[in-house]
Design a protein around this ligand. Structure first.
Ligand code: ZN
Length: 156
């Protein structure tokens, strides 16, 4: 039986195995409240990934840090523009969901844990929309709306 080249063996182990962060990645800046291992994995997941995680989690936390009860969501004044769309916390939560699916396992698990905690606070502090958009309603990009879009917004 011919000996297999190391490269072939490595390829069989799958993509994420190859993307395990090197030790120095643990020295990179912290990412929100993720563990050093999870932060290293986020940094190693691709250029800008860690910043994206930190920025989006920071936006979600800022919303939940507001005073007032209940918290009302604010629609973005400019929803079709990628930067301004994030003025709506529901869009921030969409992006966190997309990011969750794109991250390697260690970072994904840590982000999932953070999201479960933030989501339960979000559920407690916001109200269900008594007149939600119809089921299957999609946003401008065709993405179906998740439950966090069916919370009460200011001005109806
Ligand atoms: Zn804009």
């Amino acid at each position: 039986m011919p000996r297999r080249r190391p490269g072939a063996l490595r390829a069989e182990r799958g993509t994420y195995e190859d993307r395990r962060p090197p030790a120095w990645a643990r020295e990179l800046p912290p990412v929100d409240r993720l563990s050093p291992d999870a932060a290293a994995a986020a940094h190693w997941a691709g250029p800008g990934r860690a910043d994206e995680v930190a920025d989006l989690l920071g936006r979600y936390r800022n919303f939940l840090r507001r005073s007032g009860s209940p918290l009302l969501l604010s629609p973005s004044p400019c929803p079709a523009c990628p930067g301004c769309a994030l003025d709506d916390v529901a869009v921030v939560r969409d992006e966190l969901g997309d990011l969750y699916r794109a991250l390697p396992p260690v970072a994904r698990t840590a982000l999932g844990r953070a999201l479960r905690e933030l989501d339960s606070r979000f559920r407690r502090r916001t109200l269900p929309d008594p007149d939600p958009p119809p089921a299957g309603w999609a946003d401008w990009s065709g993405r179906p709306r998740a439950w966090w879009h069916r919370r009460l917004y200011e001005d109806g």
